[in-house]
Design a protein around this ligand. Structure first.
Ligand code: SF4
Length: 180
């Protein structure tokens, strides 16, 4: 039987959701018997297969135009798209920036931090992406499965991936797992 292809990527987040994924520890051996793990931030492949994957997983919210491009590409190439973690589901911690605006955040990061000397300036180049109002992935593309939590537990991640791999839609109620 052909194993379903799974890809993941990260947007505006802290990488904690992928670290939680790695926390499934030795169960990753069980998982790779069920799925073909393709592009992810923790594998060599970095872009989902052009011919598409069965499950695409996105961590983090949308905070700039590059995040939008990555989310749209993952949506176009995935049969099922999963929003993994609070940042992906509703914007999470990065969305706190919306109270102040991107300009204030950039000034704080590149000019005002204690470790920055007087030459600090906000990077500006046509090649760089543009900040946008931070939003959940579902504001940009259709999401099929929402996995809340900061970060979602390794048990929850293992559960939904193994369910999807076996052709079942996982049932997640709040932070409870329906182990049917
Ligand atoms: Fe990090 Fe939490 Fe956001 Fe996941 S949901 S990317 S762990 S801040």
């Amino acid at each position: 039987m052909t194993k379903p292809k799974v890809s993941s990527d990260w947007l505006a987040g802290c990488a904690g959701c992928h670290m939680s994924f790695l926390d499934i520890d030795e169960r990753i051996i069980e998982l790779v018997k069920l799925v073909d793990l393709r592009s992810t931030p923790i594998t060599d492949l970095k872009v989902p297969d052009e011919e598409g994957v069965d499950v695409g997983i996105l961590e983090g919210g949308i905070s700039n135009t590059y995040n939008e491009e990555v989310a749209i590409r993952m949506r176009e190439r995935s049969k099922i798209l999963v929003a993994l973690g609070d940042c992906a589901v509703f914007g999470g911690v990065p969305a706190m920036r919306n109270f102040f605006g991107a300009d204030v955040a950039l000034k704080r990061a590149y000019i005002e931090t204690e470790s920055t000397d007087s030459s600090g300036k906000i990077p500006s180049d046509p090649e760089l992406c543009t900040p946008v109002h931070v939003k959940p992935i579902s504001d940009v593309v259709k999401v099929d499965v929402f996995i809340p939590g900061c970060a979602p537990s390794a048990d929850l991640i293992f559960y939904f991936l193994s369910e999807l791999a076996q052709g079942r839609m996982p049932e997640i109620k709040g932070d409870k797992i329906d182990w049917h």
